[in-house]
Design a protein around this ligand. Structure first.
Ligand SMILES: Cc1cc2nc3c(=O)[nH]c(=O)nc-3n(C[C@H](O)[C@H](O)[C@H](O)COP(=O)(O)OP(=O)(O)OC[C@H]3O[C@@H](n4cnc5c(N)ncnc54)[C@H](O)[C@@H]3O)c2cc1C
Length: 453
C-alpha cells in the first residue's frame, strides 16, 4: 500500500486529501504562501491519532508540519508539496482544572481565549496574552513561546508551562515536566519544547500554570510625547525605577498617524508619540502615580485614570494599531527585541533604516520588555511575495537588534521567514549544536522540514 492508503486505513475520516482543504494549508498569517500543495491533512482527535500518523510518516519518510490555528507570523505552520499537515486544532478539551494546584491540563487545540473564558468562572487565569488570544491555540502558543502586552509583568508562555506530553517523529510518547511548581530532575526538556516551532515533536497535552485573576483596581496612563526617543527613554526610566506595569506600550509617529487616519481622530496633534501604561493589583495607584511623575518630568503630556471606561478609551488607541496598518496595505510585521535600556537606540536605528530605504516603518513596542514590532508596509511582488528591498531593510533591523544585545525575534519565532538570519544571532557553534539537538529528537529530519534550521 502507498503512504496515503496506509494513512487512510489508520486514520479514516480524520485524514483528508481534498484539494480545497489542502490549499488553505500553504499559508499562515505571515503573508507568505508556499503555493505548494501538501499531500494530506490529518485532523487528529486523540494522542493515538498523532502517534499513528507519525509512525507512518517515519516508515515512509514523509515530512510532517504540525499546525494549530495557523495564525503564526513566521511561516512555521506553512506546508509544501510532499509533506502532510498534522492539525491539533480538534484536540481541544480541557481535561482538568485544579484550583488547589493552580493548574489546568489541556489538549493543545483549545484556543487561548476559550480556555480563559472557562477559567474566569474559577477566578483563574492563563496569563500568556498574544494579541491573537481569541484565535490562536494553546499548543501554538507553547510551540512559539508566545508573548503579549502583559508579559513584562506576568511572563511569556514559558513561565506558564509546567508539563507537556509530546509525540516524537517515530511515534514515541514522552511525558515531560511535573505538576509541582518546582522540579529540577535531569535536563529541562519541557523548556526545550517551548518555542521549538514544531521541529522536535508534536505537543499533545499541556499542564499549564494558572494565576488568580488580578484584583482591581486598575490604573491607566495615556501620554503624548513630541518624539519617540524621549518617550523610549521615559519607558526605560519607568522600568529602571522598579515599577512593574502590566502593560507599557509605545507607538511612534508613523503608527499614531496611521491610527489617526483609521479612526478619523487627531491624536497626533497632542504629540506625535503615544505611550500607554496600565498597572493592576493592590499597588496599582501608587505605581501609576510614580510612572506619571517620570513621564511628566521627561516632558510627556499625560493623563491618569482609574475609571474603567476612560482606561478602555486609552487602550483602544493601542488596539487600533494592527487594523490601522492593515488598512494601509500589505504589512510585514517584524518582531525584534532589545534590552529595555536600549529602546532609544533601536528606535533611532528604525528611523535611520526608514530614511535609508525611503520607507515608513510604523512601530509599536511592548516597551515593558523591549519587544518591538516595526511594520514594513509594502507593495507585494507579482507572486505576492515581500520585495527584496524590504527584506534587506529588515535584515539591517535584525543586525541592529543583535548588536544592541537583543534578538531577531521576541515572540513570533523563526519559522520559514527568519531562517536566513538564525546563524547570525546564534553563531556557528551554537547553530550546529542546535541542529544536533534536533537530530537527537528527529534523526530523519521529518518534523517541520525547512523551518528554523
Ligand atoms: C492579529 C495577530 C496578532 C498576533 N499577536 C501576537 C502576539 O501579540 N504575540 C505573539 O507571540 N504572537 C502573536 N501572533 C502570532 C501567532 O498568533 C502566535 O504565534 C500563536 O502562538 C500561534 O498559534 P497558532 O495556534 O495559530 O499556531 P500555528 O500558527 O498553527 O503554528 C505556529 C507554530 O507552532 C507549531 N505548532 C502548532 N501547534 C503545535 C503542536 N501542537 N505541537 C507542536 N508544534 C505546534 C507550528 O508547526 C508552527 O511552527 C499574532 C498573530 C496575529 C494574526
Amino acid at each position: 500500500m502507498t503512504f496515503l492508503d496506509e494513512l487512510h486505513a489508520a486514520l479514516g475520516a480524520a485524514m483528508s486529501t481534498d484539494a480545497t482543504v489542502l490549499s488553505t494549508l500553504t499559508a499562515d498569517k505571515s503573508g507568505h504562501d508556499s503555493h505548494s500543495i501538501p499531500l494530506a491533512l490529518v485532523t487528529a482527535r486523540s494522542i493515538d491519532d498523532v502517534q499513528a500518523t507519525l509512525r507512518l510518516a517515519t516508515q515512509f519518510g514523509v515530512g510532517v508540519v504540525p499546525r494549530g490555528a495557523g495564525t503564526g507570523l513566521a511561516g512555521g505552520a506553512i506546508a509544501s508539496a510532499g509533506q502532510i499537515v498534522l492539525s491539533t486544532l480538534a484536540m481541544n478539551r480541557i481535561l482538568e482544572i485544579s484550583a488547589a494546584d493552580e493548574l489546568a491540563v489541556v489538549e493543545p487545540g483549545i484556543l487561548n481565549g476559550e480556555l480563559n473564558a472557562v477559567l474566569a468562572g474559577h477566578g483563574l487565569w492563563f496569563t500568556p496574552d498574544p494579541a491573537s488570544w481569541a484565535i490562536s491555540t494553546v499548543g501554538g502558543n507553547i510551540a512559539t513561546n508566545a508573548g503579549g502586552l502583559l508579559c513584562a509583568k506576568y511572563g511569556v508562555t514559558r513561565e506558564s508551562v509546567l508539563a507537556l506530553k509530546v509525540v516524537l517523529a517515530d511515534g514515541r510518547l514522552l511525558s515531560l515536566g511535573h505538576r509541582s511548581v518546582k522540579g529540577v530532575t535531569g535536563l529541562d526538556l519541557t523548556a526545550l519544547m517551548i518555542g521549538s516551532e514544531g521541529t522536535l515533536g508534536v505537543i499533545v497535552e499541556a499542564t499549564v500554570r494558572l494565576r488568580p485573576v488580578p484584583s482591581a483596581p486598575v490604573a491607566t496612563v495615556g501620554a503624548w510625547f513630541d518624539d519617540v526617543l524621549t518617550a523610549a527613554a521615559a519607558c526605560a526610566a519607568i522600568t529602571a525605577a522598579g515599577i512593574r506595569p502590566a502593560a507599557l506600550e509605545l507607538m511612534d509617529a508613523a503608527a499614531l498617524a496611521a491610527i489617526d487616519a483609521y479612526l478619523g481622530e487627531h491624536l497626533s496633534e497632542r504629540g506625535n508619540t503615544f505611550l500607554l501604561l496600565q498597572t493592576d493589583g493592590a499597588a496599582s495607584a501608587g505605581e501609576a502615580t510614580a510612572a506619571l511623575t517620570i513621564i511628566r518630568s521627561a516632558g510627556g503630556d499625560a493623563e491618569l485614570t482609574a475609571d474603567p471606561a476612560e482606561g478602555e478609551r486609552l487602550f483602544s488607541i493601542r488596539r487600533a494599531f494592527h487594523p490601522a496598518l492593515e488598512a494601509q496595505g500589505t504589512v510585514l510585521i517584524e518582531d525584534v527585541a532589545v534590552p529595555r535600556s536600549a529602546l532609544p537606540q533601536i528606535f533611532a536605528e528604525i528611523a535611520r533604516i526608514g530614511e535609508r530605504y525611503g520607507i515608513s516603518i510604523p512601530t509599536v513596542a511592548h516597551a515593558g520588555d523591549g519587544n518591538l514590532h516595526p511594520n514594513f508596509v509594502y507593495m507585494p511582488e507579482a507572486d505576492g511575495s515581500v520585495p527584496p528591498t524590504i527584506w534587506t531593510a529588515a535584515g539591517e533591523l535584525f543586525a541592529a537588534a543583535i548588536r544592541l544585545g537583543g534578538t531577531l525575534t521576541g515572540e513570533h519565532g523563526v519559522g520559514l521567514l527568519k531562517r536566513a538570519w538564525l546563524r547570525d544571532e546564534l553563531g556557528d557553534d551554537q547553530f550546529e549544536l542546535q541542529r544536533q539537538v534536533k537530530a537527537v529528537f528527529d534523526p530523519l529530519g521529518l518534523m517541520n522540514p525547512g523551518k528554523v534550521y
